[in-house]
Design a protein. Structure first.
Length: 330
């Protein structure tokens, strides 16, 4: 049978969750897929769990690829894409899972002239509570329209709950030397090379929120801000990069600063490292910039203004919000 969709799953020390993730692919109501599990030199028994499951299921569509060196999730995804044969590529993290309707929903919304389908995801808190998180815009957009919406915070930047024409990756790859926010970078660039993107409100993916995830566990650095910003600026399709709105760039700059500060606060990073990013927001983003951002993303623009004026108050409000939203006691 022809493989239509290739799932790429980076794996690093996911022994506790990888079986659940693989079984969520096996549970799809279509069988024209392949799953490439790319082990990034795990130090636990992750690969043993995967190999046992492959043997038990007897499913040749699940393949285990072993990296020779630990290169991080971007390198693992690039390796998976290189080995894939499907017309489409989708990404699954080893600690998450697909809903049973994933492929049916994506296939139903893919059409000629559409290069990416974006669906909603469900967030599951550590306490087991689930709630859907659709994107704030819906419908059929051009690639340029999608870039502006994404940079203005109207689309979730995650790789999950999306399906891409594999041919898009002929124009770019995952940046191996980027420390943070590679999802945002790759999605923005992929949108810029797309003819059209279809966005639908149907949840197809379960994102398991964990306090120890990379989103919240890395000590903040200006590299988290400057790296993604430069990769997006330099990686966008050159035929339309000059048409991206200034408001989009202002929103991206603000997003990177605010999210990096927020992650550092939740992780309990040293005050000096957080203060360096606070200084960036206070000095490099003017009130005019932030007012412009507020038009596109009110919560983001207001967060930036609060950081500029009362950073200690922002810290208290942010920590309260995260603990309440994600049922975290930390």
């Amino acid at each position: 049978m022809r493989i239509r969709t290739s799932f790429v799953m980076p794996l690093y020390n996911g022994r506790q969750t990888v079986e659940r993730a693989i079984k969520s692919v096996l549970a799809q109501d279509r069988n024209d897929w392949e799953l490439l599990v790319v082990d990034d030199c795990s130090t636990d028994n992750s690969t043993g769990v995967v190999a046992s499951l492959i043997a038990k299921e007897g499913n040749s569509r699940v393949r285990l690829i072993r990296q020779a060196h630990n290169g991080g999730p971007s390198a693992a995804r690039n390796a998976g894409i290189a080995e894939s044969v499907g017309e489409f590529v989708a990404f699954l993290d080893c600690d998450d899972e697909l809903l049973p309707n994933y492929l049916a929903t994506m296939e139903a919304n893919m059409a000629e002239g559409v290069d990416i389908v974006v669906a909603a995801h469900v967030a599951q808190t550590p306490a087991g509570r689930r709630y859907p998180r659709p994107d704030s815009v819906q419908g059929l957009l051009t690639g340029l329209e999608t870039v502006d919406r994404a940079l203005q915070g109207k689309l979730w930047n995650f790789l999950h709950a999306k399906i891409y024409r594999r041919s898009l990756f002929e124009h770019f790859s995952f940046p191996n030397d980027l420390v943070r926010y590679e999802d945002l970078v790759v999605n923005s660039i992929a949108y810029s090379y797309s003819r059209h993107v279809r966005i639908v409100p149907t949840p197809v993916y379960v994102y398991h929120v964990q306090a120890q995830s990379l989103t919240w566990s890395q000590e903040p650095s200006m590299e988290f801000v400057e790296g993604p910003l430069n990769f997006v600026r330099n990686g966008l399709n050159p035929t339309l990069s000059s048409q991206v709105k200034s408001r989009s760039w202002n929103t991206l700059r603000t997003f990177l600063g605010v999210l990096t500060i927020s992650g550092g606060l939740f992780a309990g990073s040293p005050k000096g490292s957080v203060d360096r990013i606070v200084q960036y927001v206070r000095e490099d983003l003017s009130f005019r910039d932030l007012a412009d951002v507020t038009v596109a993303a009110p919560h983001l623009g207001l967060s930036g203004m609060l950081i500029k004026v009362f950073p200690a108050l922002y810290a208290k409000l942010y920590l309260w919000h995260v603990r309440r939203t994600f049922d975290m006691s930390k």
